[in-house]
Design a protein around this ligand. Sequence first.
Ligand SMILES: [Mn+2]
Length: 324
Amino acid sequence: MIRKEDIQKFTQLFSCDRIMILMHCRPDGDTLGTGFALKRLLELNGKRVTAVCNDEVPKKLDFFTEGKKNLDPDFEPETIVTVDTATPELLGKKYEAYANRVWLAVDHHATNSLYAENTILYPDKSSAGELLSDLIYESGIIYDSVVASCLYGAISFDTGCFRFSNVKPETHLAAARLLSFDFDAAEMNRRMFDLAPLGQLKVENELLQNAELFCGGKAVIVTLTLDMVEKSGAAESDFEGLAAIARRIEGTYVSATLRENSDNSVRVSLRSECNIDVSVIASEFGGGGHVRASGCTINKPVDEVKELIMNSVERAFEKSEYQL
Ligand SMILES: [Mn+2]
């Protein structure tokens, strides 16, 4: 259920104009799907809308943007909205400066720093897509199959195709409503979860070759170096879903996926399949996220980062009576 005051805030957006929708950097399916669903919905209501993002749209997600790679503003906005973006930093260098002008944030991250003038925040929702879908439904606003397909894609992305523990009965109810519109959900899921360039599949294979178990086999760490990316011939953006690979290893409860960036920092993605809260580990290094999925960026060489993360995960296991 959506709170009354949030419905009010949301419907107030329809009396605004020249709206800029900001999505988080390194865009994923949730921020893109939610952003473009909202763009379409506002346009159906006669608004001028521009949807922007600091980084390029990954090829496998460009069906959300009708093939558009670079999302730059079309005009100077009057009203600014963010979707799926917990902190100003996540807007990226180009758009960080807009953070103090955000009128509305629509988000599902418990770590949202409340930087916006108004925040519609539901940490129980699987995705920003599910939240926006509920907002639209409970506001009684008419929408079309484009809005529905974008929202469905957003929910599917953040739930790993409805397989993660963030899926609730309400998630399926929202998806069911969206599926009553005419769009090809199966093809969308195939693009997001099955298809990959050969170069990427080869790198994923290599990633498993360097997998290292620790904490007595209960945790695993894998590393993607710049060298591996270069040799693969695949695009940078092809490697967004890597965190899903290590967590498949049987017997492990926590996984860490390290990715070397070109500025010598290392992006760390953490996943937990037990009661260990990986957002605590990520926040030790200035990051954040969810209990079972979080991340941080560390400005140190990859070997040092590996040791830091392994120590931190080990401490987390020592502290908690972990259970599935
Ligand atoms: Mn999300």
